[in-house]
Write a protein that binds this ligand. Structure first.
Ligand code: FMN
Length: 170
């Protein structure tokens, strides 16, 4: 592996929950942040409906140009909201586009109440590899500062450990 930097944090967020987790993680991990835009699904009622329908039928979005190449990073942490118990079209498109460049993958999701276990197999399949770390943040966990901090710290520790292991293996 010739990844020169430790962590890339790539996420899509519509209403801010995933963005919040992504920025908190990135700050603690010293990660570069890729904020993925979905150019197929516009704001508004119709856009939301189409986006949800595309999540459900597992159709990828059309994402904007990317700033960072996952090949330059030991680990790419990918964050998505849960839509219709699936990943978002934007993240499906991102993983489709970058799977050959991703060195190691970690995932997090934010949701109302769907557990990350529902999505992890499809996230791993889309990335073409098993994850080295994962966590889900549901609505209650996002609202409760103590639980949120505990889950965030645990994920930071998992990713940090995975970076160390990848450095030792290089
Ligand atoms: C179209 C749509 C579908 C959703 N489907 C689910 C779902 O199946 N399960 C769930 O727990 N939450 C679901 N949610 C709630 C979001 O996953 C949750 O609010 C998430 O934190 C939003 O992330 P964001 O603020 O980064 O966009 C859905 C939200 C939307 C807009």
């Amino acid at each position: 592996m010739n990844a020169s930097k430790p962590v890339l944090l790539a996420y899509f967020s519509s209403t801010g929950n995933t963005a919040r987790v992504a920025h908190d993680l990135a700050e603690r991990l010293g990660a570069d942040i890729e904020n993925i835009q979905d150019r197929r699904h516009r704001a508004g009622m119709l856009g939301q409906f189409t986006a949800a329908f595309d999540a459900w039928r597992e159709a990828p979005g059309r994402i904007g140009a990317l700033r960072y190449n996952p090949a330059d990073y030991a680990i790419t942490v990918v964050g998505t909201p849960v839509w219709t118990a699936k990943m978002t079209p934007a993240i499906r498109a991102y993983l489709r586009e970058t799977r050959s460049q991703i060195q190691s993958a970690a995932f997090f999701v934010t949701s109302g109440d769907t557990d990350i276990g529902r999505l992890l197999p499809s996230l791993e399949s889309a990335a073409g590899r098993a994850s080295v770390a994962s966590a889900g943040f549901n609505g209650k966990e996002l609202r409760d500062a103590v639980i949120y901090e505990r889950k965030l710290s645990a994920l930071v520790a998992q990713v940090t450990r995975a970076v160390q292991l990848s450095r030792q293996a290089a």
